[in-house]
Design a protein. Structure first.
Length: 120
């Protein structure tokens, strides 16, 4: 699986922290099929950048440890959540069917993804 990170931006100020985190990367689409009859397609964010996101969102994460994000894959843009992967490593991003169809992506393909963390 190839993961290439091209940008992480964090801005700090003395009195407060104002952060904008955007992670651009390439990752292979993979299937999670833990439940019979259900299949979900994901990409994994880079581990180091997942650690930054985890640190910046400590105390503000939502259900299941999710974090709200704005995503771009090709010409598709949407808002969703990323979720902690098993073992405290990388966050995982679900890639919905409509996006996969629009961008001609299937499991095993490598997608170029941009994720911006919302609500910081």
């Amino acid at each position: 699986m190839a993961i290439i990170v091209t940008a992480v931006v964090v801005l700090s100020y003395p009195d407060a922290m104002l952060a904008r985190v955007i992670v651009d990367f390439e990752s292979e689409l993979w299937i999670w099929d833990a439940r019979k009859g259900d299949t979900w397609t994901f990409v994994s964010l880079p581990v180091a950048e997942s650690d930054v996101i985890r640190d910046l969102t400590d105390g503000t994460r939502r259900g299941f440890g999710s974090v709200r994000v704005k995503v771009t894959v090709g010409t598709s843009h949407w808002q969703t959540s990323i979720f902690p992967g098993g073992g405290g490593g990388a966050y995982v991003l679900p890639i919905k069917r409509a996006v996969r169809l629009a961008q001609h992506l299937e499991p095993g393909d490598v997608a170029t993804v941009s994720v911006e963390v919302l609500g910081l």
